[in-house]
Write a new protein. Sequence first.
Length: 150
Amino acid sequence: MKTTIDKFLNSKTIGIAGISVKPQKFGNALYREITSAGYDVYPVSRNAETIEGKNCFRDISSLYGLTENLIIATGKKDAADIINNLAAVKIKRVWLVHGSESEQALKAAEEKNLKTVHGICPLMFFKPDSIHKFHLFFSKLFGNYKKVYS
């Protein structure tokens, strides 16, 4: 997973599926944090028209050619559906956040030859400050970081 994480971090464009009309949702927090870290983020939502003043894309197919990276911050069923519908979007890497990871989603990603990251929070890498710094510390302390990022 290290190589895939590094490719996410080295790219300056990322799509995020799971933007909500409720600003406190995790997909919205991801958008704010990753955008503030200097990345060009393409928000995707079926329901929200804008986030932080930027227009949301209605569906994943709208990302065609804009990025090779997609963070999925939805429920498990929606995550699997999103991956199954990535036919011609040119997404190469998918990061499944906590709550979106499932056997179905991982199997769909494997069938589409997508590189995946799961089991570790993206904010520990994109914006490792404040609470995310503690999250990273405990992940290293209890071995999850080494298991995923070594």
